[in-house]
Design a binder for this molecule. Structure first.
Ligand SMILES: [Zn+2]
Length: 370
């Protein structure tokens, strides 16, 4: 079964099949402007549409995170930088996404926390593409882990090596990123104390979420953000852990509804409590798992069953998930046993409409505004 067949016959998860437009663009590496405009633009990263949109590249960094947001005016925000080493693999993949989006630099690099799969790629990234401003949660506090200490030191060395702008974000801060509205909701183990606009309702899912002990690592200190683009709301909490999710979401849901969820912690079972995932009712969720990192069956099942979820997408097939806890192949960017670095791209519109593209197949699925 080809990828196109897989998508057209397996679009489970609710309600959008009738309006879904499939675009088999696999072989269309170059096509005339008129054709691109007719498609609505954006499928390959160059927006040919007159409609303003926010382009989001979920770069495959093999179980780490690197998510690139590019506003209509080309202002850019990269959340995390993937891993070091591998001959600069992750920096190369981020730079390729930047090039596809028409960038010659990245305005803001936000580091959720100092674990190697998020901050490790900083030195290679700045060697590959200019960066203007770094945003983080303040000092590394996981001083008991030598590797994390080294990663944080390498980042500090980069910060001190030239005149980067540097912002330390606190919960409730609005980050000064043009073209999108970015609010910090968690940072350095602290959380917003007041609900965001649209939040504040009692959270019925707290009762069914187990209580877990406090995580002591950098994960719990993740700098998490809510990104608003017109009516559209996107949540990225980095690797924020279950205990912090409960603190953030109980007894009231301080976040409100989310349209696009970046599944926390690569879909690892240490995150994605029902108190978070069920309460925010995401329309679309994207899991930045690797084949053997993240993608835990228990977290996958929670996200997959979230009320109102139309689709879950995965950067990789999850070996642990096996045949029962992976989405249809059409919504997986990198299949079992492969490392081609395919990405997922979301084109988001201010009216709430989204398009999700799997770079492995070139196919686009549309999620109309509600
Ligand atoms: Zn991670």
């Amino acid at each position: 079964m080809g990828p196109a067949d897989g998508l057209s016959t397996n679009c489970t998860g609710g309600g959008t099949l009738a309006v879904m437009r499939l675009r088999s663009l696999r072989n269309a590496t170059v096509f005339p402007l008129t054709f691109a405009a007719a498609l609505g633009g954006g499928a390959f990263g160059i927006s040919t549409s007159p409609r303003a949109s926010l382009q989001i590249y979920f770069v495959d960094v093999e179980g780490g995170q690197a998510t690139l947001y590019v506003a209509a005016d080309k202002h850019s925000l990269l959340i995390d930088t993937g891993w070091p080493d591998f001959n600069g693999r992750d920096a190369d993949r981020i730079a390729a996404a930047g090039k596809a989006a028409g960038l010659d630099h990245i305005d803001y690099v936000l580091l959720t926390h100092y674990h190697v799969d998020h901050t490790g790629g900083v030195p290679q990234l700045v060697a590959k593409i200019p960066v203007k401003t770094f945003i983080d949660h303040g000092p590394n506090r996981e001083t008991t882990d030598d590797y994390t200490v080294k990663v944080a030191e390498a980042y500090q060395k980069v910060l001190g090596s030239r005149s980067y702008e540097h912002i330390v974000a606190h919960p409730g801060d609005t980050l000064p990123i043009p073209g999108m509205h970015v609010t910090a909701v968690s940072a350095d183990g602290k959380l917003i104390s007041q609900p965001l606009p649209g939040g504040g309702a009692p959270n019925q899912y707290c009762a069914s979420s187990e209580r877990r002990p406090a995580d002591q690592t950098e994960n719990a200190r993740s700098l998490g953000v809510m990104i608003t683009y017109g009516k559209l709301r996107i949540l990225d909490l980095g690797d924020l852990t279950w205990d912090k999710e409960m603190e953030l979401m109980c007894p009231v849901n301080k976040l409100g509804h989310v349209d696009l969820l970046v599944v926390s912690h690569h879909g690892w079972s240490q995150s994605s409590s029902p108190a978070l995932v069920d309460a925010i009712t995401p329309r679309v969720a994207i899991m930045d798992n690797g084949e053997k990192k993240g993608g835990s069956p228990s977290s996958w099942a929670i996200v997959d069953k979230a009320p109102g979820l139309e689709d879950l997408w995965q950067l990789h097939y999850s070996a642990e998930g096996g045949p029962t806890h992976n989405v249809d192949a059409a919504r997986i960017a990198n299949l079992q046993g492969t490392d081609p670095g395919n990405y997922i791209k979301v084109t988001a519109y201010p009216n709430g409409e989204m398009e999700v593209m799997n770079s492995r197949t070139g196919e686009v699925k549309q999620y109309p505004a509600k």
